[in-house]
Ligand binder design. Structure first.
Ligand code: GLN
Length: 670
């Protein structure tokens, strides 16, 4: 720009009218503003009705690009002579999402220099090398209200006001250089490359041009040296600053860098983690208040995104947790910000409702559903004696399914539901399977809540939390279960235990412990065969053979011939069914767990089909086996006994089917 009134020569004289492409639509009056708002929304309409869904976003960006191409306001920076060579018509827009999708239109592959957009990143690098508290002593975090190249320090603190203006950025670069003079530039380039997800390099001609013409920055560096913000000779730190500003990037690189900030420092394309969440929070905060220099307030008001611009024509904006946007268009306004870049971000912010302060209250309840243990029980089959104790207590089990991000507001809601559920003796199961994030502060609350409940004689069981980073204390808890089914079983066991402690000794459940002695007596008598007349029972038991199983051993396997019927004599046996999963090995899900006196293997035994499930011994145990040949013998020799056995099995199957049906119906309705 040949103008003598350019902001970089004479910042104080540059407080003329704001240049913005929206002025083409008129931006001075309320009416105009409404018109502009309306226009933005008109551009939205055809997009939503576009037939090809996958290109909707691309199309939106393209429309913005076409709309704003006619805007020729602003001037290409020429105070660094090499920058004046940029083609003023270049225009690219890129959006990169937190899950790694990139939408790019226009000149998104064109390389330009990053310039001031390097500042927040260099500040992040300095904080990670030297600590945030160290950097706070060197550079403030107050918006300056001055132009980016103001030759001034904060009169109150004697240090630069913030790291986004040149004074703060030069002080920051000087600290990075001082940290490791020999490798400072390599560190910088490696760091920037990791942010962009590809190797970046310095544009030597822009660097030379900037170094040769950077008298103002040199003056700033001497001011910093004079104020002892820089402890050594200023030139090497200043040189690193010139080199960082001269790093060549594309619009796509910047969008990926922005998305990396949106993802708390993890590059969503490469999964590299050049930064950590605590640092990105600070960087975004400084970008929010100071990133657009003396236009920062208006920017935050209109666009509402932490952002950074550079005189190379780039603008980078971040929607924290969601996405990054980058625009490249070299014509700059009076503040040194890309005119089309600002207009694009403004339009996208409005059209896509991206403004940071436009937060809708929680729409989705963080507790998806709640119900009692009467509605859903574990797949552990209970004996008649256990059921007699447990069934009246099942309503003390409360299941809460949580969902989404359990940040403070959501967790407060979950805690409210837990409190409501915490009636006398309650066992509360909190299912975290659908929770996508459990911040540390929230899991600390959960731990505290669990302790409080325990002190009040209640219990909080967590399940399906393996995908979340629970603090060690909580994940090691004995009350954390892999599935809802296991948590339900544990809850039932807790109720049984409690009632055994409270009730008199020698009640129904102790009788279940009777061990088989080698003849099918006690245990089976309590179960399937108990109601039969002695002579029939004997005719059956004669034909049974006892088999022992070690814990973990396979009792039967899928696809095997099924010519045995199993009556559990002791121990516990679980049936597992493979649940197919797309592109992953099938998951074995528990269908049922049986104990003394219960029968399994009956369905295939009668149908003669191959086994449909695996059965594993959960504990050491034993079963009475009835071979098909023995059963056929029984049918021959003692049809009455065979009929009696069949009747019992039919009753048992009937009960199972009825309970399964009831559970399915209830569960489908939850
Ligand atoms: N390297 C440029 C300078 O120091 C960076 C300024 C900018 O992008 N705003 O002037």
């Amino acid at each position: 720009m040949a103008s003598t009134t350019s902001p970089w020569n004479e910042p104080s004289s540059w407080h003329g009218p704001k240049v913005a492409c929206e002025q083409a639509n008129g931006s001075g009056t309320t009416q105009d503003h409404q018109k502009q708002f309306a226009i933005t929304h008109i551009t939205k309409a055809p997009i939503t009705s576009a037939p090809i869904r996958s290109s909707l976003i691309q199309q939106l960006l393209k429309e913005q690009l076409e709309d704003l191409r006619d805007c020729h306001e602003g001037e290409v920076a020429d105070y660094i002579p090499e920058l004046a060579k940029a083609n003023p018509e270049d225009f690219g827009i890129v959006m990169a999402t937190a899950d790694g999708r990139v939408y790019a239109v226009g000149d998104w592959e064109k390389t330009f220099t990053i310039q001031s957009i390097s500042k927040p990143f260099m500040y992040g690098l300095a904080m990670s090398l030297l600590s945030p508290s160290f950097m706070e002593k060197k550079v403030g975090v107050e918006p300056s209200g001055d132009a980016f190249n103001a030759i001034s320090l904060d009169p109150r603190t004697g240090i630069p006001r913030n790291p986004m203006i040149n004074a703060g950025a030069i002080a920051t670069a000087a600290q990075v250089w001082r940290h490791d003079p020999g490798r400072a530039e390599d560190l910088t380039l490696e760091f920037f490359s990791s942010l962009a997800g590809r190797p970046l390099a310095v544009n030597e001609s822009v660097y030379e041009s900037e170094r040769a013409s950077g008298h103002r920055n040199r003056a700033i560096s001497h001011l910093l040296r004079n104020a002892a913000v820089i402890e050594e000779e200023p030139e090497p730190g200043l040189d690193l600053y010139f080199r960082q500003c001269s790093i060549g990037v594309t619009c796509r690189d910047l969008a990926v860098m922005a998305a990396t900030l949106a993802c708390q420092g993890r590059n969503p394309l490469t999964q590299d983690e050049p930064l950590n969440p605590a640092l990105t929070t600070r960087m975004l905060a400084v970008m929010g208040s100071c990133g657009m220099y003396d236009y920062a307030g208006q920017w935050l008001y209109d666009v509402g995104m932490p952002a950074k611009s550079g005189v190379g024509g780039g603008v980078l904006a971040v929607v924290p947790g969601r996405l990054g946007i980058a625009v490249y268009s070299p014509r700059l306004d009076a503040f040194g910000n890309s005119v089309r870049g600002i207009a694009t971000c403004r339009r996208l912010s409005q059209a896509l409702e991206l403004h940071l302060f436009d937060q809708t209250p929680l729409q989705q309840s963080p507790v998806r559903s709640t119900y009692k243990g009467t509605e859903r029980r574990s797949r552990r089959w209970r004996s008649t004696a256990e059921a007699a104790v447990l069934d009246p207590l099942r309503s003390q089990i409360k299941v809460l399914h949580a969902q989404g991000v359990l940040d403070f507001a959501a967790l407060e809601n979950v805690l409210g539901s837990i409190e409501q559920a915490a009636t006398d003796g309650a066992v509360i199961i909190l299912d975290l399977g659908q929770v996508s994030e459990l911040p540390a502060a929230s899991s600390a609350f959960l731990k505290r809540q669990s302790e409080l409940l325990q002190a009040a004689g209640q219990q909080l069981l967590l399940c399906r939390s393996s995908h979340l980073e629970l603090p060690a204390a909580l994940s090691r808890e004995k009350f954390t279960y892999a599935s809802l089914d296991l948590a339900l079983e544990a809850a039932e066991d807790l109720l049984l235990e409690k009632s055994a402690c409270e009730g008199s000794a020698g009640n129904g459940s102790t009788a279940l412990a009777a061990a088989p002695k080698g003849t099918p007596t006690d245990a089976c008598l309590l179960g399937l065969l108990a109601p039969l007349a002695a002579n029939l029972r004997e005719a059956i038991t004669e034909r049974l053979e006892l088999r022992h199983y070690a814990a973990g051993s396979l009792v039967m396997a899928r696809q095997q011939e099924s010519d045995q019927l199993f009556l559990v004599a002791s121990g516990r046996f679980s049936i597992f069914l493979p649940i197919p999963r797309p592109e992953a090995p099938a998951r074995l899900a528990r269908m049922a767990t049986f104990s003394e006196g219960m029968v399994f293997g009956d369905a295939a035994f009668f149908s003669g089909e191959l086994r449909m499930a695996d059965v594993v011994a959960d504990t050491d145990g034993s079963c009475w086996l009835l071979q098909r040949s023995s059963f056929e013998g029984l049918q021959q020799d003692n049809p009455a006994a065979a009929m009696a056995l069949l009747t019992q099995l039919a009753i048992d199957l009937g009960r199972k089917v009825a309970l399964c049906g009831q559970q399915l119906t209830l569960v489908e309705d939850l």
